[in-house]
Write a protein that binds this ligand. Structure first.
Ligand SMILES: [Zn+2]
Length: 304
């Protein structure tokens, strides 16, 4: 019996020792884990910094195409169908290109500030009803900003007859940019045969001042800073008249992407989406995507 008691006593002592050791060990383990956790937490910002300096975030982009759409009924050389319009938006998204507001591109160009991701700007011209009914909802679906250039002579109060002022107010309230595209959408970069200087001055005044006053009356909160030349016609004289009128940005249809390394001139070119007057519309659109996707390679920036 004595030996048995000794055995039980020894076994109990051993269990106590093992138990104490376990408690001690698990305490150490807990401390160890806590330290590892602390160190890992401290390492996260360092790792982020390494990733930022080593990876694609270092890339910068200097070429930004501005697309110019018109009608979205699929009829005519400058028109695209609803499905085609959606297709363009999808391809911009699927290529990882960000659609930025025109005003944001202007700010970057003024500072010769390159962008940290591939970017594109969307504009839509004229007064087609379907750009409000079809274009704007699709742009909203993709959460894309856009600038709409309207000429004002045909904007109606009654939406049954075409694009109405309510349509423009709705676009503006939804966060879209609404800018000026003249009063009559005619050619006014030069004098007409037989037109006197005074007559021409009056005509140009109506196209660039009166149109803006009409837009402003109907969109009192809108900041009207840009003017798109109707059909892309411009001259040095018209350009200086527009600058004197206070426009900060003039838009042509000359197809070149905006180059953020070049000095800001106050004029941006745009690529018009069209079918009939370019040899290969698909290749031309692909070219715009390629401009946006090409990282800037040399360090030359005009303002440096
Ligand atoms: Zn136009």
């Amino acid at each position: 019996m004595g030996r048995r008691r000794f055995f039980y006593a020894s076994a109990a002592a051993l269990l106590v020792c093992v138990g104490l050791s376990y408690v001690h060990q698990s305490g150490l383990l807990a401390d160890h884990l806590a330290r590892l956790r602390r160190e890992a937490t401290q390492a996260v910002p360092v790792l982020r910094e390494i990733a930022a300096t080593a990876g694609t975030e270092r890339r910068r982009y200097s070429l930004v195409p501005i697309l110019c759409f018109h009608n979205i009924d699929g009829k005519g050389p400058y028109s695209v169908s609803r499905a085609e319009f959606r297709g363009y938006l999808e391809r911009i998204r699927d290529n990882g290109i960000t659609v930025i507001p025109l005003r944001e591109l202007q700010a970057a160009a003024e500072e010769n500030r390159l962008l940290d991701r591939p970017s594109i700007v969307i504009t839509i011209d004229d007064d087609y009803k379907n750009i409000v009914r079809v274009g704007a909802p699709l742009l909203r679906e993709f959460r894309y900003p856009a600038t709409f250039f309207f000429y004002t002579i045909d904007i109606m109060n009654d939406p049954r007859w075409g694009t109405s002022w309510d349509d423009l107010r709705r676009l503006y309230d939804e966060g879209f940019d609404v800018q000026n595209h003249s009063y009559t959408h005619t050619i006014f970069h030069i004098r007409l045969p037989g037109e006197s200087r005074a007559e021409y001055d009056l005509r140009v005044h109506r196209e660039i001042y009166t149109s803006r006053e009409i837009l402003q009356q109907n969109l009192p909160d809108a900041e009207l800073y840009a003017f798109a030349y109707p059909m892309g016609y411009f001259s040095a004289d018209l350009r200086s008249r527009l600058e004197n009128a206070g426009y900060e940005l003039l838009l042509t249809t000359d197809s070149n992407p905006v180059d953020l390394t070049k000095p800001f001139t106050g004029t941006f070119d745009r690529y018009t989406i069209q079918k009939r007057f370019v040899k290969n519309p698909e290749a031309m659109f692909q070219l715009q995507l390629q401009y946006a996707l090409s990282p800037h390679e040399s360090g030359d920036v005009a303002a440096d």
